[in-house]
Unconditional design. Structure first.
Length: 301
């Protein structure tokens, strides 16, 4: 199935149901043209495979793909890469509803072979445009006969440059703490700790491309914004209280990522260790976890 475009007078996005309902682009209308806020995969210079993708049924990494839950040890595939980002982003989803401004897709692990998760699960992703706001709603169900650990998240990339080379981009968000990464592998090396100065964006400040971050934060309050002051664009992001964590990835490239998620990196192992900040949810059979993530565009000039 070809990608599906959602569009109104303010926003435009392209979504690929055959690859996890991942976004291929996300743009806002500025004057008489579309301005790309996320990388456009149709652009030959784009350095990422998707503008944004879903991480289900867990977010980020599981150390060596191995964890214990309810007294049983489980080994996932892709252990060398720490079983990263769940197992839905490369798989086809079923389109249930669509219009010019709304798309609903579903996923059932029972319809796929070799799912890299010990429990059967189902998911629904809904995308909608309303004026200058883009909202994604995500629901995850446990379809097993026993409880399962659950989590998910969104992985949107944003363009560092909008209208001019070298323009600054500013970021603000509020979190309580950050997990240390002493082994430089994105697996927490200890409990969440007080923020260091370079991790603190509680007051808006420039996101310097030389300030490398690939950091999982805990105690996220569900709000924040990105500002491109030279371009006059501000992007407000909000999400459900279920998204207790935020991952910020800031390489010295043309893009960065701000990812609202429900669980910490290596959350299932943190849970097994008794860490109350893991964010991992115990889902009973047929129980669901639901959250939304919204992006709203405003112009500062």
């Amino acid at each position: 199935m070809p990608p599906i475009t959602l569009e109104n007078q303010y926003l435009q996005t392209s979504i690929d149901p055959d690859h996890g309902t991942s976004l291929r682009s996300f743009s806002t209308r500025m004057d008489d043209r579309w301005l790309a806020l996320m990388p456009d995969v149709e652009d030959p210079h784009t350095q990422v495979d998707y503008a944004s993708f879903l991480m289900v049924p867990y977010s980020n990494r599981i150390e060596d793909g191995r964890f214990t839950f309810a007294g049983q040890t489980h080994q996932l595939d892709n252990a060398a890469n720490h079983a990263i980002h769940g197992d839905v982003r490369q798989r086809p989803w079923i389109v249930e509803e669509r219009s010019d401004t709304h798309l609903c897709c579903t996923f059932d692990s029972a319809d796929h072979h070799q799912i890299n998760w010990p429990w059967p699960f189902a998911a629904r992703a809904e995308y909608s445009l309303r004026k200058a706001e883009f909202t994604s709603r995500l629901t995850l169900w446990n379809r097993a006969a026993d409880p399962m650990p659950a989590g998910f998240g969104w992985h949107p990339y944003f363009n560092r440059r909008l209208t001019a080379d070298g323009e600054p981009v500013h970021l603000r968000f509020n979190v309580a703490s950050a997990y240390p990464d002493a082994n430089d592998n994105r697996i927490p090396s200890g409990p969440a700790q007080a923020l260091q100065a370079h991790q603190d964006f509680s007051a808006e400040k420039a996101l310097d491309p030389n300030n490398f971050l690939d950091t999982c934060f805990h105690g996220y309050n569900g709000n924040g914004h990105i500002i491109w002051p030279r371009s006059g664009v501000e992007l407000f992001f909000t999400c459900s209280s279920a998204c207790t964590h935020l991952v910020v990835y800031n390489p010295a490239t043309s893009h960065f990522a701000v990812e609202p998620v429900t669980n910490a990196n290596n959350g299932v192992n943190l849970l097994a260790q008794g860490d109350r900040t893991s964010g991992v949810v115990h889902l009973a059979p047929d129980e669901s976890l639901e959250a939304h993530f919204s992006l709203r565009v405003d112009f500062t000039d």
